[in-house]
Unconditional design. Structure first.
Length: 556
């Protein structure tokens, strides 16, 4: 059954019914290259590129590179890589800086038409004259500066003859407008900063609101899609388009949708950078961050992220999507694709007393039950094993279905064992579990004993042939669902001190052939991915997600 259209698709359909030609439909994704993309950008990427697919329309990638103070080429490259990794291709790679010459000419036109003026007030004075949402602003004393003088000063601004902050160019709109963005907004400021593409050609840089709509017009974008915080900007978007007197071409329209707000995290690039600079996380690709690079390193897949965005939908009103929906998406995806292996994260020695000392055998287990065509994998079995400490208790009640003394459990894909005794250190800690096994109970052997039912099944690895691995266990970075909602409390107050735990574990020897980015299900434990800093001599795994949502239980 075909899904119903979301409201953005209905807007496009209505425009097509009202005279738009299909070949006029064009979209764009306009990131600012001042940081790495995050989960909120995934929604915008999927929305624009999926619309492009639906209407067989081009989608531009346009970098909003108007602030050389914060932008960098490394961010440009990371954005391009992330979009491609998500599975999308853009039609044209564009930059706002491509249009600086045209934007300057249009700004001169606005001055000539009496719609802009050069202001020599300080930023504090300009801010004070803006008024409040309930009181009108007051006109700048420079507002009635002559057209000739403003054009002269604007040319000197461009020539670099003034200091930063000495002059700005402002649009002349309405200082009493109920929309404060319409109260003579700044169009250009002086910045003596080297631009990552234009170098030192420019020392004046256009503001976002002046750049955005005109760039859309130049590229003939039919639908300029923004998140809801830009809704008040729509009046200004349209005013600037009116001011350049567009003729004979399609006029872009701005429309807004709800941004992706995810629980237990923050997506402000300023706040993410603050976490990095203050060493709460390692970098933009720290697996605890909601950046695409972080999610990718954590083990999230492009398909899981696309499915998550599709499940969350396209809304008109702000809401918070629970992190558990994102985790459900990656579980569903990895369950179908991740090979099964065994790893022991908190090991204790287990010795099978009646297993021959020198005997070794290769056992088999399924690679993935969802894909039986992949066949089986082999792994060694011997007298000396590791199991999880929590899988054994000396004494336990009837509801404990793992190993205890005088009770039987099955070792996965192997034999039934029975707890016999334990060895303890001087402090009374169990350092070794001694057991016996039933030689006839080997899984898949077809013997009567192999069919015997026991209530517990444990994962394990051999002591001598297993591989040591560093495993990073990640929890949510914040301990509350909305860490940045309380304006009176620093969001960093809510950082979860247990968001990262690094342990030494043991895994199947076959994982020596794994490559960076390979995913695995550690049976009974969760999904893991081989980290980019791993090597053949030093395996490093990141935990992607558990087999089930335990967070909801913890917080109820």
């Amino acid at each position: 059954m075909e899904r119903s259209l979301h409201f953005i698709e209905n807007i496009v359909e209505e425009d097509l019914n009202n005279g738009y030609k299909k070949q006029q439909i064009r979209f764009r994704f306009p990131p600012e290259p001042n940081g790495f993309l995050h989960i909120g950008h995934v929604k915008a990427i999927c929305l624009n590129f999926n619309l492009g697919k639906r209407y067989n329309a081009p989608v531009n990638l346009r970098f909003d590179d108007t602030n050389p103070e914060k932008e960098d080429k490394k961010y440009v490259e990371s954005i391009k890589e992330n979009i491609q990794w998500l599975g999308y291709k853009w039609d044209s790679e564009c930059y706002a800086s491509d249009y600086f010459d045209q934007l300057f000419k249009w700004a001169e036109q606005l001055i000539s038409d009496g719609h802009a003026y050069v202001d020599s007030q300080s930023s504090e004075e300009i801010a004070n004259q803006k008024g409040t949402p309930t009181t009108p602003g007051t006109n700048s004393p420079c507002r009635e500066r002559s057209i000739e003088e403003s054009k002269f000063l604007f040319s000197k601004m461009k020539a670099g003859e003034f200091d930063e902050g000495e002059y700005v160019l402002r649009a002349k709109i309405d200082m009493s407008s109920p929309n404060m963005l319409m109260r003579d907004p700044i169009m250009y400021r002086i910045l003596f900063k080297t631009h990552h593409r234009t170098g030192d050609k420019w020392c004046i840089y256009p503001m976002y609101d002046w750049t955005h709509g005109q760039s859309d017009y130049i590229e003939q974008i039919s639908h300029s899609l923004c998140t809801l915080e830009f809704k008040p900007h729509r009046d200004l978007y349209n005013w600037f388009l009116d001011s350049i007197k567009p003729t004979g071409k399609l006029r872009p329209k701005q429309r807004e949708f709800a941004r992706m707000n995810l629980s237990y995290t923050v997506t402000s690039k300023r706040k993410l950078l603050e976490l990095i600079k203050n060493n709460y996380v390692s970098d933009w690709d720290d697996p605890r961050l909601p950046t695409i690079a972080g999610l990718r390193r954590r083990g999230y897949t492009p398909r899981a992220l696309r499915n998550f965005v599709d499940s969350a939908g396209v809304a008109k009103r702000e809401n918070i999507i629970d992190m558990s929906l994102l985790e459900h998406s990656i579980r569903e995806d990895l369950n179908k694709t991740a090979p099964r292996v065994m790893g022991v994260l908190d090991p204790v020695k287990l010795t099978i007393l009646n297993y021959p000392e020198e005997q070794k055998e290769l056992l088999e287990g399924e690679i993935n039950p969802e894909m039986p065509e992949l066949g089986k994998r082999s792994f060694p079995f011997s007298k000396n094993l590791y199991i999880e400490k929590e899988d054994f208790k000396e004494t336990a009640n009837r509801k404990f279905f793992r190993l205890t003394l005088n009770k039987e459990v099955r070792l996965k894909n192997a034999y039934i064992i029975k707890g016999e005794s334990v060895t303890k250190d001087a402090d009374g800690n169990i350092i070794e579990i001694l057991c016996t096994y039933d030689p006839e109970s080997k899984s898949g052997s077809g013997t009567e004993a192999s069919q015997r039912k026991v209530k517990g099944t444990l994962h394990w690895v051999t002591q001598n042939e297993s591989l040591q691995a560093q495993v990073r266990l990640y929890d949510r970075l914040f301990s509350v669902p909305a860490p940045d909602n309380n304006k009176k409390v620093d969001f960093k107050t809510f950082i979860n001190p247990d968001s990262l735990k690094t342990i030494n574990a043991y895994v199947e020897p076959g994982l020596i052939s794994a490559n960076h980015g390979d995913h695995f299900q550690f049976q009974r434990l969760g999904y893991f991915v081989l980290d980019k800093n791993s090597s053949k001599t030093s395996l490093v795994f990141n935990k992607t997600v558990g087999l089930r949502d335990t967070w909801a239980k913890i917080n109820t």
